[in-house]
Design a protein around this ligand. Structure first.
Ligand code: PLP
Length: 350
């Protein structure tokens, strides 16, 4: 704190991201990055773009990437918004579409950036408790609200909400924007993008950080009705006209065009997830059903913080949240078979 700080910054409570250790020998299963590299075609496209043109600004509209996304999902270009990571896309959504008289709704156990955006933009919220099985109960969202947002699959639980349940939430709140944060949808769910033409209040966000292995590139997107997209474009163009750089534009487009690589790596992550779940269950863990590239698990007889510390000593890092209802859970990203084996070995006999 310093005398130069305004009252606004004094009261901000920022998001704390998972650790990005400087040590490279650690088995890093704490921030849900993809264990496989980006599409070789995406890497080649970015390498080809490393030239004298970097002195020039990028396309402010990122048309090449927007068209690749639109093609992939069978929507129009004016239904797609792009940002510097989906965190930035979400920030603009909170700023422009979730600021109303009523509080917004999101699950009590959810992406911990949501309350941070509420703090940043002065938005009131009601945290809606997950049910006993840590699932989202659609009926609980059928009440007056200024907007609704939830990840699907949810984070950090990994639990998936079926598309009919998403539709139930949309139908109950036709006058507010419903944001489905699909950061992990490619690992076992069905995207709600198929619903955007029928629900003008639906906005679906996705990221290239997880299923397309490009967390380091920072590309995220939203798909929805052109009116919602226009609101986001207005904010973006009042904030930063060039959020996506030249490498992100070409690399992101090539990643979307390389379906075969994407499908293959998603399949591998899902397959290895099922192996990790089986191994953990053998050790006595309770594992929530996951449709994501991570699992959320607790052991009836071992303290989660203690297990995380023990794993760390073996060079394996996982995520532990010091939050009431979930303090006994560990969130573990799915790695390569070798990394997953290191996790199981690191837990040892329990
Ligand atoms: C990882 C994640 C994001 C952010 O992704 P970026 O595109 O890397 O900013 C958004 N929502 C959820 C639920 C996530 O887990």
């Amino acid at each position: 704190m310093s005398k130069f700080w305004g009252p606004f910054v004094k009261n901000l409570v920022p998001y704390v991201p998972g650790e990005q250790p400087k040590l490279t020998r650690l088995v890093k299963l704490n921030t849900n990055e993809n264990p496989y590299g980006p599409s070789p075609k995406a890497l080649a496209a970015m390498q080809a773009e490393l030239n004298d043109n970097l002195r020039l600004y990028p396309d402010p509209n990122s048309d090449q990437l927007k068209n690749a996304v639109a093609r992939y999902y069978g929507v129009q270009g004016n239904q797609v918004f792009l940002g510097n990571g989906s965190d930035e896309v979400l920030a603009h959504i909170f700023h422009g579409l979730l600021q109303h008289d009523q509080p917004i709704l999101f699950p009590d156990i959810s992406y911990s950036f949501y309350p941070v955006y509420c703090g940043l933009y002065g938005i009131r919220f009601d945290a809606v408790p997950l049910d006993e099985q840590f699932r989202i109960a659609p009926a609980d969202y059928a009440k007056p609200n200024g907007g609704i947002i939830f990840p699907n699959p949810n984070a950090p639980t990994g639990c998936l909400l079926a598309l009919e349940a998403v539709e139930q939430i949309l139908k109950a709140s036709p006058d507010s924007v419903v944001v489905v944060d699909e950061a992990y949808i490619d690992f076992g769910g069905e995207t709600a993008i198929s619903l955007v033409d029928r629900y003008p209040n639906l906005l679906v966000t996705q990221t290239l950080s997880k299923s397309r292995s490009l967390a380091g590139l920072r590309v995220g997107l939203a798909v929805g009705h052109p009116d919602l997209i226009e609101a986001l474009e207005r904010i973006k163009n009042s904030f930063n006209s060039y959020p996506l750089d030249r490498l992100a534009n070409v690399g992101g487009a090539a990643a979307f065009d390389d379906r075969a690589y994407f499908e293959q790596t998603c399949r591998l992550v899902i397959e290895h997830r099922e192996w990790v779940v089986a191994q953990l269950e053998t050790k006595g863990f309770e594992v929530l059903p996951s449709a994501a590239n991570f699992i959320f698990a607790r052991h009836p007889r071992h303290d989660a913080a203690g297990l995380a510390a023990k794993l760390r000593e073996q060079g394996v890092i996982v995520r532990h949240f010091k939050q009431e209802r979930i303090a006994q859970f560990l969130r573990i990203s799915i790695g390569t078979p070798e990394q997953n084996q290191a996790l199981i070995d690191g837990l040892g006999e329990l």
